[in-house]
Design a protein around this ligand. Structure first.
Ligand code: HH2
Length: 278
């Protein structure tokens, strides 16, 4: 299975990609404030690449439950120096934004992927992605970060998320996005109870069968803490590695994580053990 991202083409048949998280924010749930200064973010990005990240997902807006949106101009201001420096290094960069203007600016600076947690909610986004040939992550979210954890309900979360992802993929390709550029993501923790997130993780094989690379972002999220009793996000690393191992074994092709060095090792083991058809 190929994933096309501008001039980069990832062959995902037997290699799970590790996407390192780089939050240039004051308030992200796990690493908020640590990499808000451009120099600190650039240094962290280089560290993640040295640890073996295949690509970096750079975001300037926290989407933790209860967070407020960040204006596009401010997202661009936060991202620009970081993207410029890491693109000059030759890193493969993803921009974590739902805003077409921010995505377009990042692509001009050399980003290869748009990680759109609102799955083309911005009417300008599909065109920006289609024209650039960038990779596009379409993620499922119920509601907005401000309200999404207010008692989310589903009749059948796996079926509903699968239907949504199929429909958004259709919207993207109808708008001119190359199907080979699309990856899908169930959006663990976005408008989901801990039980919903677990059900989606357990259904990785079903969701991977939708036919495009599946991205799973379980890293350090609170549904894991509900199982283990771990409290601050930094304590959730072993639980995150377990989730990553199971997701990759069951057919996820991209793991979005904070802890790159350890997850790369997990991915190599899962790749060696995963049955060929997954
Ligand atoms: N999770 C977060 C942010 N962006 N994008 C995708 N495609 N999938 C995810 O699961 C996902 C995502 C939340 O994690 P993080 O970036 O660590 O936190 P914050 O939103 O507080 O910056």
């Amino acid at each position: 299975m190929l994933w096309r991202c501008r001039d980069r083409e990832f062959d995902l048949l037997d290699r799970t990609l590790v996407m390192g998280i780089l939050n240039v924010t004051p308030d992200s749930f796990s690493d908020g404030g640590r990499y808000f200064a451009p120099e600190a973010a650039i240094a962290r990005g280089r560290e993640l690449i040295a640890e073996g990240a295949d690509l970096l997902d750079v975001g300037a807006e926290s989407t933790r439950p209860g967070s407020d949106p960040v204006a596009p101009a401010e997202q661009i201001r936060r991202l620009a120096p970081v993207l410029d420096a890491l693109a000059a290094d030759g890193a493969v960069l993803s921009v974590d934004t739902a805003n077409a203007e921010v995505a377009a600016d990042a692509l001009r600076r050399g980003a290869h992927v748009v990680n759109d947690i609102r799955a083309l909610h911005d009417p300008g986004m599909a065109d920006v992605v289609a024209r650039s040939g960038a990779g596009l992550v379409l993620m499922h979210m119920r509601g907005t970060p401000a309200t999404m954890q207010d008692d989310p309900r589903y009749d059948d979360v796996v079926r509903e998320v699968g239907q949504f992802l199929r429909q958004r993929r259709h919207v993207a390709t109808n708008a001119g996005v190359d199907d080979a550029c699309i990856a899908l993501d169930p959006g663990i923790g976005f408008g989901k109870s801990a039980e919903h997130s677990l059900a989606l993780l357990a259904a990785t094989r079903t969701l991977a069968a939708l036919g495009r690379p599946l991205l799973v972002g379980a890293s350090r999220k609170s549904f894991l803490a509900r199982l283990t009793g771990d409290s601050p996000p930094a304590e959730r690393v072993p639980a995150s590695l377990a989730a990553a191992a199971i997701a990759a074994y069951e057919g996820a092709r991209i793991l979005r994580v904070h802890d790159v060095a350890a997850t790369v090792r997990v991915a190599r083991v899962a790749d060696a053990l995963r049955p060929a058809q997954r």
